[in-house]
Design a protein around this ligand. Structure first.
Ligand SMILES: Cc1cc2nc3c(=O)[nH]c(=O)nc-3n(C[C@H](O)[C@H](O)[C@H](O)COP(=O)(O)O)c2cc1C
Length: 155
């Protein structure tokens, strides 16, 4: 898929198989781009996002479909006027102000990727910690559920 991407983008001698694969990526990208609103629900895996989601992102993020680069203007995202809700979970807690905050590559990654595509109207809900005392986990989940119910009314 990656070889196909560069063969097609650089207009080198893409094989029929590479062109077919590229069309598959374009189809997935267009399905993604067609949405007005997005809901991502993702756990933290080793401080970042799960590789399955990263794989999806690497396939659907395509120049000419949802972002552009020009010599004059550099990068620009093509997905304007869309909203995204991000529901995060993690065993630990990574709030602003704690040393653990610097280890959180889950939320900054999602914000950066969506911002790159032009989606900067984001709402975020964090269900964390999920590995703590039963009381702390119950409180975290109740808080997240409340926020999700409020969000669902206006999203
Ligand atoms: C492969 C893997 C890696 C994980 N890495 C982290 C991590 O770096 N930090 C963390 O706080 N939790 C980590 N967790 C825990 C999950 O984020 C946590 O269990 C979360 O509640 C899972 O979400 P879910 O209950 O919605 O599936 C990891 C879990 C798995 C399976």
């Amino acid at each position: 898929m990656i070889e196909a991407k560069f063969a097609v983008l650089r207009a080198t001698n893409a094989t029929e198989e590479q062109k077919r694969r590229w069309q598959g990526a374009v189809r997935l990208s267009r399905a993604f781009n067609a949405a007005d609103k997005y809901v991502f629900s993702l756990p933290m895996w080793n401080f970042g996002i799960p590789y399955i989601l990263k794989h999806y992102i690497d396939i659907v993020t395509l120049p000419g479909e949802n972002w552009l680069w020009t010599p004059g203007e550099g990068y620009s995202g093509l997905l304007q006027g869309k909203r995204a809700a991000l529901i995060y979970s993690s065993a630990g807690d990574y709030p602003v102000g704690l040393p653990s905050h610097d280890k959180d590559f889950q939320k900054p990654y999602m914000r950066t990727w969506l911002g790159f595509l032009g989606i900067d109207d984001l709402v975020e809900i964090t269900a964390a910690p999920t590995l703590a005392s039963p009381e702390a986990v119950a409180a975290a989940l109740a808080r997240a559920r409340n926020e999700a119910e409020r969000l669902a009314e206006g999203f």
